[in-house]
Design a protein around this ligand. Structure first.
Ligand SMILES: [Zn+2]
Ligand SMILES: [Zn+2]
Length: 171
């Protein structure tokens, strides 16, 4: 009986002991989890101002980006204006050169006359200018000036010296 009691009694004791220990362990575990959660919440709580700060930085960066874009657009406009000015100046210059080229061209062959040689610059009585061989060839058809139709003769041909060079002996 005693034996059986002794055998029986420790069982519930041990069970209760075990239960107690389990409860304590569970409580401890719960507490541990509770502490962890509190820590997490605190960390999250600390993150809130960080997020706010990040948003502020984001807004600031966005403003800066807009400013930079404005500046870039301004520069782009200025470059465009410069390019237009350069293009205008270039076409103006080209026109002037074309005019100079036309003014220095023989109206018969449309080439520039030269300071010496067969296409040297000559004038007629009327004052119009030609390359020497061109006006002589033209005279085979008519001795009138191809521009103003005034009649000229061989003696009326004058050698013109547009450049500061001694090309007078050329024939
Ligand atoms: Zn000519
Ligand atoms: Zn003429």
């Amino acid at each position: 009986m005693n034996k059986s009691l002794a055998n029986q009694k420790p069982k519930p004791r041990s069970t209760s002991k075990m239960l107690k220990r389990e409860v304590v362990e569970e409580l401890l575990e719960q507490r541990k989890l509770g502490v962890q959660r509190t820590q997490q919440l605190t960390e999250n709580g600390n993150k809130v101002p960080t997020l706010k700060k990040l948003r502020e930085q984001e807004n600031e960066l966005f403003k800066q980006l807009q400013e930079e874009m404005k500046k870039t657009e301004g520069l782009r406009q200025r470059i465009k204006a410069h390019e237009e000015a350069i293009n205008n100046a270039t076409s103006e210059l080209r026109k002037k050169l074309e005019t100079i080229d036309a003014e220095n061209s023989c109206c018969i062959c449309l080439l520039n006359w030269s300071a010496r040689g067969h296409h040297r610059l000559v004038s007629l009585k009327c004052g119009h200018l030609f390359g020497k061989t061109c006006i002589r060839t033209y005279w085979r058809q008519s001795n009138r000036c191809p521009i103003c139709r005034v009649v000229s003769y061989e003696d009326d041909i004058r050698q013109v010296h547009p450049y500061n060079c001694d090309s007078t002996t050329d024939e």
